[in-house]
Design a protein around this ligand. Structure first.
Ligand SMILES: Nc1ncnc2c1ncn2[C@@H]1O[C@H](COP(=O)(O)OP(=O)(O)OP(=O)(O)O)[C@@H](O)[C@H]1O
Ligand SMILES: [Mg+2]
Length: 470
């Protein structure tokens, strides 16, 4: 460093570079080390160098060594955590498969005007060079192949997972319609706290969904090999308040995928739909809720007058959107121009669905979200009351769940009424008893369908030609 600064202060630039390269050659000749230089801008000088950006993130996860003296720390309002970066001249040691590696962060300052006063360097006066930031990665020469072919890809993947974890997820919804009829994605941070842990759902069903998602994201090569678009469709069905939307949020939080909520009712034309779908990013969940109501969109066409328009509606709000347009586009062009897409349809009325939606290959997994079981109730109790053990009221509550159908949303509301465990559970029991009385009074016999515990996977559709097991 001392030599560097002496050279910098007293020797003109071209001579300095020459001496420097000579010294470097001499040094490298003697040593058996190799140094990779990773500059901020890529080799074309235009875009950023992905390896540099990844190194910056990767090194911020490394344990700070005792020799580290200066670090840069920052946070923007949207960041989840602090960003820590190396300061100029700082070094970090790393190792990979027992290969010792040394990272060093360096900056080449722009030429200062005072340098040009000594001489004839007019160029420097008029346009000083920008700061050049770069990392040096030094290791023994014999490890060159291993570092380039294994360590660097490892570092790129590692930094990607850090970025994925740190960045806030996005929820994209349809933005307001302009007079020209255009719609666009409006983006906000997704702050839905639902996770698979908090979801009151049959444990086996939960595990099956998580395993299915894990398998899906791991299978890039598989999808490529069999020539299929890398997408997976889920159909969530069940009564209101059973956790369909919560499951979608849990899936997005689990995969760290953004959500695109496509409210079809707000769309008019297939062309809008295509434009919106093409504007969705990879690694995202496309959600189409209440798909049974979408069939109305198709049926609305039946009500068109002889000019192909709705009577009583101005031409600019004439709906030209069709379910088949949507499905064809999702299956065809859209899915082939993106990667890692999850599509989730929800419905409260499975029986109303267009068979086209259920044809093999379209919905890979159908998940039935139904009324609360005692097992799932205990998850809610743990979430809402932070109570894990056994409780004297549990036996009676369990008995009630066998005869009364209530949704997780209804019970969650009861559990929120008190922070006291006894009081809250008494409230739930009272609620269940009232429900039962209402049923008895109506003289209705509630027969619970044996197979319909909440969150039971009705069917894991292998889509005939597509197996989901590894
Ligand atoms: N299975 C569940 N686990 C945990 N909480 C749940 C569950 N189901 C419902 N809830 C609670 O009830 C609220 C409503 O649930 P959610 O919106 O997920 O239901 P939904 O099935 O999507 O209903 P809808 O059919 O009306 O859209 C959630 O915010 C959550 O607090
Ligand atoms: Mg919902």
């Amino acid at each position: 460093m001392l030599l560097r600064s002496i050279l910098h202060d007293f020797i003109p630039n071209p001579i300095r570079n020459y001496i420097f390269s000579l010294l470097q050659r001499l040094f490298n000749h003697r040593s058996n080390t190799l140094t990779l230089v990773i500059e901020e801008v890529n080799s074309t000088g235009i875009g950023r160098n992905q390896v540099y950006d990844s190194a910056e993130v990767y090194l911020s996860t490394k344990v700070i060594t005792p020799s580290t003296e200066r670090l840069k720390i920052s946070k923007s309002p949207k960041d989840k955590s602090l960003t820590i970066r190396l300061e100029k001249g700082e070094e970090i040691d790393d190792s990979f498969d027992n290969i010792p590696l040394r990272w060093r962060f360096l900056c080449m300052e722009p030429e200062k005007q005072r340098n040009s006063s000594s001489g004839n360097d007019d160029d420097l006066l008029s346009s000083p060079a920008p700061v050049t930031r770069y990392f040096e990665l030094t290791f023994e020469k014999k490890f060159k192949d291993k570092v380039i072919n294994s360590y660097i890809p490892y570092m790129l993947a590692k930094s990607k997972s850090v970025i994925d974890k740190e960045r806030p997820l996005k929820l994209c919804t349809l933005g307001s319609r302009f007079s020209c009829g255009n719609v666009y994605w409006d983006t906000i941070n997704l702050e839905h706290p639902s996770t698979f842990e908090t979801l009151a759902m049959d444990t086996e069903a939960k595990t099956a969904i998580m395993e299915d998602l894990d398998r899906f994201v791991k299978r890039r090569e598989f999808y490529r090999r069999v020539g299929r678009a890398w997408k997976r469709g889920y159909l969530l069905h069940g009564p209101p308040g059973t956790g369909k939307s919560s499951l979608i949020a849990a899936m997005a939080n689990y995969l760290m995928f953004d959500i695109y909520d496509l409210q079809l009712g707000n769309l008019i034309k297939d062309s809008d739909l295509r434009r919106l779908l093409l504007a969705t990013a990879n690694r995202s969940v496309l959600v189409i809720e209440d798909i049974d109501c979408t069939i109305d969109i198709q049926n609305r066409r039946k009500n068109l007058n002889e000019n192909g328009q709705f009577p009583n509606k101005p031409p600019e709000v004439q709906v030209q959107l069709t379910l088949s347009g949507l499905l064809n586009f999702i299956d065809g062009l859209w899915s082939s121009c993106g990667d890692e897409r999850i599509i989730v349809f929800t419905t409260n009325h499975m029986e109303k669905l267009d068979p086209a939606l259920l044809r093999p290959g379209r919905m890979d997994m159908q998940i039935h979200m139904s009324y609360l079981t005692f097992q799932s109730f205990k998850i809610l109790v743990s979430n809402y009351l932070e109570f894990e053990g056994e409780h004297p009221l549990f036996d009676e509550i369990k008995g009630m769940f066998e005869i009364v159908e209530v949704t997780p949303a209804q019970v969650a509301e009861e559990l929120m009424r008190s922070e006291d465990v006894d009081e809250a559970l008494e409230g739930v029991l009272k609620f269940l008893k009232t429900k039962k009385e209402m049923i008895d009074n109506k003289d209705e016999v509630v027969v619970q369908d044996e197979g319909l515990g909440d969150g039971v996977i009705d069917e894991i559709c292998p889509s005939q030609n597509f197996e989901i097991s590894n």
